[in-house]
Design a protein around this ligand. Structure first.
Ligand code: TMP
Length: 208
């Protein structure tokens, strides 16, 4: 049996991470690999409460406060959930991790890589994802999907196109620089095709 793995899913809004994580979890269970699904911001009571604050458009949250809240939630998630689950041998499937801070806060908000790297070192206990699936699609598709949804836009989704352009570019650049960690997925394909891309990559990477 392959030892525990930390697998993360990243991308701009509306790329279908939740569905694909569910499908990968079902596949892993079918080959008798125990997995634990979680997400950021979130995953502990504290981090879930911070998530609700971060999403709420009625709060005035400065970029600095947003950065600190993201990392405050991540600290409790890493310490109380991710590391303990990996230590007990589960595969952890996480919807976003520190790469999202590089893309959204580092690039989108303009803090830059060094600031994010400082907070990463402070909070992540040297934890780096074994595999990161970057679900990528054009911004026009992202905006179409957000429009089609029944619920309104959360606080970050209200940002203009230029913000998401920076986020997407940062993700693509990280993927290009770290091919060992990242697998680039064409999320503009059908849901089934996206699942095939992900499961094929898992089979190749882990020989399962
Ligand atoms: P989600 O709705 O895809 O789960 O993501 C929550 C939002 O939080 C999404 O707009 C991306 C944002 N986010 C950051 O800005 N920085 C982070 O570090 C994380 C984890 C999420």
């Amino acid at each position: 049996m392959t030892t525990s793995q930390f697998i993360t899913f990243e991308g701009i809004e509306g790329v279908g991470k939740t569905t694909q994580i569910e499908r990968l979890a079902s596949y892993l269970m079918s080959v008798e690999i125990e997995c634990y699904r979680t997400r950021e911001p979130g995953g502990t009571k504290l981090a879930d409460d911070i998530r609700a604050i971060l999403a709420n458009p009625s709060y005035q949250i400065s970029d600095r406060a947003e950065l600190l809240l993201m990392f405050a939630s991540r600290t409790s998630h890493v310490d109380q959930v991710i590391i303990p689950q990996l230590e007990r041998g589960a595969w952890v499937l996480c919807d976003r991790f520190v790469d999202a801070s590089y893309a959204y806060q580092g690039a989108g908000r303009g803090f830059g890589e060094d600031v994010i790297s400082y907070f990463e070192q402070l909070t992540c206990q040297n934890l780096i994802p074994d595999t990161t699936f970057l679900l990528d699609m054009p911004l026009s598709m992202m905006f179409d999907r957000i429009r089609q949804r029944s619920q309104g836009k959360d606080r970050i989704e209200r940002e203009p196109e230029a913000f998401f352009q920076s986020v997407r570019t940062a993700y693509l650049s990280r993927a290009q620089k770290n091919p060992k960690q990242y697998v680039l997925i064409d999320a503009s394909a059908s849901i089934d095709e996206v699942t095939d891309q992900i499961i094929s990559a898992i089979k190749v990477r882990y020989e399962i």
